[in-house]
Design a protein around this ligand. Structure first.
Ligand code: FRU
Length: 589
């Protein structure tokens, strides 16, 4: 079925030479799309795209050696009608093996052929594709980036770390999706592409209402890390509502000599009437200020002596979080009218169950420095006690002063190995954050599914479906029983199961996915995750969001959240609850 490049194109795209480590091909922008065959277990080949003796771009693709997993499209037509030279350096050192790579006869401009190949592969693997969560159409995704709400159009914008040339990490771009309800996502064209400064790592976006940057009134300004010879901060602006960006000619806007210097999150500081950037720098967060988003001055740093330091600190956010009086009605002491500043601090590795997780600190921000509320409390607080919740940051400009957060639903321990085929990774449902006081008198962040998620709940059904929402209410009196446990078991006809236990005596909720289905792709995947309950109540209620390969569990009042992926060979179609009763809503999506 492989069609050689020369055979399938009427134009000048031909192999010139493939005997040395470097192969050269010629193509023309008018050839449209070049489909590159990928074998994920192979090393990356470097493909330099040249025109008029200048390098236009360098992309890295795991070109197939023995067999093809799927094809990825390279859009030659982005370069207009120009004559292009593609210089391909494979990773194989010896000529004979290089010569024998299956990719040479399989690289094609025949979209139908590649499309059919991919469609067959997707049919085999897409059973895990989430129905109401955001995931990329194809290729790789990690951190959510630059999220903002546009009140003029009512559209939520989500950018994300993306590799368009394979379903594993690499070639970082900012891809883009939009949604009106935070449940249905539309894929938009790629928003920000690598330049000679580097690939595009994580960052944020702000609406520049007063044109402080001079890019134009209400310009959307993205602030991100470029990863080249070193990590530097760069900016780009959009005058078409976030669809396309022009990268600022004066980039980079902030550089340093330290190696891990990334993931700028910028907000408008009302106190000082200027922009503030929080930046992850190895194992601390640094703060910078600017009047115009271009010139940044160092303010202060936070980190040493606080929280978990077992990994690199990444993807920060600094947000003002408000007490929500509607919560914890049973124990008024747990409600607060106050607001506090919360520093989100993603860390990898070092999470409570290995790998990636989101820790946070509650404190105060005085326009220059972040100080932790209770300096005695040096323990980490985690925004989610599962294994698949990372790189969580909040939406800029969310309506009604809401603090809307979204995380990457995976873990660096195994993200590249997930058994999902042509795409990898998914984002959590969005969550609204607020403030509460736990039984120890500590401020904590309450994490609740955003109200938009209520729209998922369709008709009630007897048994779980592959996409559903489940409310489980602990029976009255269960607290006083001997074991004081509520056991929730989701299972399928293959005997695969996930067991969740709310233990009143131990004051914990745990989720055991050791027998949940396919755990074979990583030794780290079979795990039990546990969270303290944080507040004692006469009874407990848990809400579960199930979507094919994900389970997100929330305390009804937001005292804790837990997110874990699962890969059952068939959907869980049976629910058993001991010590409680369940209502199952079939998902409308
Ligand atoms: C976090 C992270 C960021 C970085 C990005 C690169 O998952 O490592 O620190 O900007 O991913 O893709």
């Amino acid at each position: 079925m492989a069609v050689s490049l020369a055979a399938c194109t009427a134009t000048t795209t031909t192999h010139q030479h493939r005997c040395t480590q470097v192969s050269v091909m010629r193509a023309n922008g008018a050839d449209g799309v070049l489909w590159l065959p990928v074998q994920e277990s192979m090393g990356e080949s470097n493909i330099r795209i040249l025109a008029d003796n200048q390098q236009l771009e360098l992309v890295r693709v795991r070109l197939a050696k023995d067999s093809i997993d799927y094809y990825v499209p390279y859009e030659l037509n982005r370069w207009g009608d120009r004559d292009l030279v593609l210089e391909i350096r494979t990773w194989l050192p010896d000529t004979a093996r290089r010569e024998a790579m299956v990719c040479w006869d399989a690289i094609t401009t025949n979209s139908t052929l590649a499309g059919q190949f991919n469609a067959r592969r997707a049919a085999e693997t897409d059973r895990y594709r989430l129905r109401y969560h955001h995931s990329p159409a194809f290729g790789w995704m990690n951190d959510p980036n630059g999220m903002f709400y546009d009140e003029a159009t009512g559209v939520w914008h989500l950018y994300y770390q993306h590799n368009p040339y394979g379903a594993m990490w690499g070639n970082m771009h900012w891809a883009h999706s939009t949604s009106r309800d935070l449940l249905h996502w539309e894929h938009q064209p790629i928003a920000i592409r690598p330049t000679a400064l580097g690939t595009i790592f994580s960052g944020s976006a702000v609406i520049d209402r007063n044109n402080t940057s001079g890019f134009g009134e209400n310009a959307l300004v993205a602030i991100f890390t470029v990863e080249g010879e070193s990590q530097k901060q760069a900016i780009g602006y959009s005058l078409d509502g976030g669809l396309s960006f022009t990268q600022y000619a004066g980039n980079p806007v902030l550089s340093d000599t330290i190696a891990d210097f990334r993931d700028p999150k910028v907000f408008w500081d009302e106190q000082t009437q200027r922009w503030v950037m929080v930046l992850a720098c190895q194992q601390e967060m640094r703060f910078y200020a600017s009047d115009n988003l271009k010139d940044w001055t160092y303010l202060s740093r936070f980190g040493e002596g606080y929280g978990c330091h077992d990994g690199v600190w990444e993807c920060p956010d600094l947000i003002k979080v408000q007490g929500d009086n509607s919560q914890f009605a049973i124990h008024d002491s747990q409600c607060t009218k106050e607001s506090k500043w919360v520093l989100l601090c993603n860390i990898n590795p070092g999470g409570p169950f290995g790998g990636s997780a989101t820790q946070y600190f509650v404190g105060d921000w005085n326009g220059k420095e972040f100080t932790i509320h209770n300096a005695q409390c040096t323990n980490s607080k985690w925004l989610d006690y599962g294994m698949d919740h990372y790189a969580t940051v909040t939406y800029h400009n969310a309506p009604e002063d809401r603090v809307v957060a979204q995380g990457w639903m995976s873990n660096w321990l195994y993200a590249n190995d997930l058994p999902t085929g042509l795409y990898r990774s998914q984002n959590t449902i969005t969550r609204d954050l607020s403030l509460y006081i736990d039984d120890k008198g500590e401020y904590r962040v309450a994490v609740k599914p955003s109200p938009e998620n209520d729209a998922l709940c369709g008709e009630t059904v007897e048994q779980p479906t592959e996409a559903c929402v489940i409310d489980v209410q602990m029976d009255n009196g269960q607290r006083t029983k001997d074991n004081g446990q509520m056991l929730i078991t989701l299972s399928n006809d293959k005997g695969e199961k996930v067991v969740m236990t709310l233990d009143v005596r131990k004051k914990t909720f745990s989720m055991d996915r050791r027998h949940s289905g396919d755990c074979s792709f990583s030794k780290h995947f079979a795990a039990v995750t546990t969270t303290p309950l944080f507040v004692e109540r006469p009874s407990y209620k848990v809400r579960l969001f199930i979507d094919r390969c994900s389970i997100e569990a929330f305390d009804s009042e937001g005292a804790w959240a837990m997110t874990n992926l699962v890969f059952p060979s068939e959907p869980y179609n049976h629910l058993e609850v001991q010590g409680g009763t369940a209502t199952i809503y079939n998902s409308k999506i």
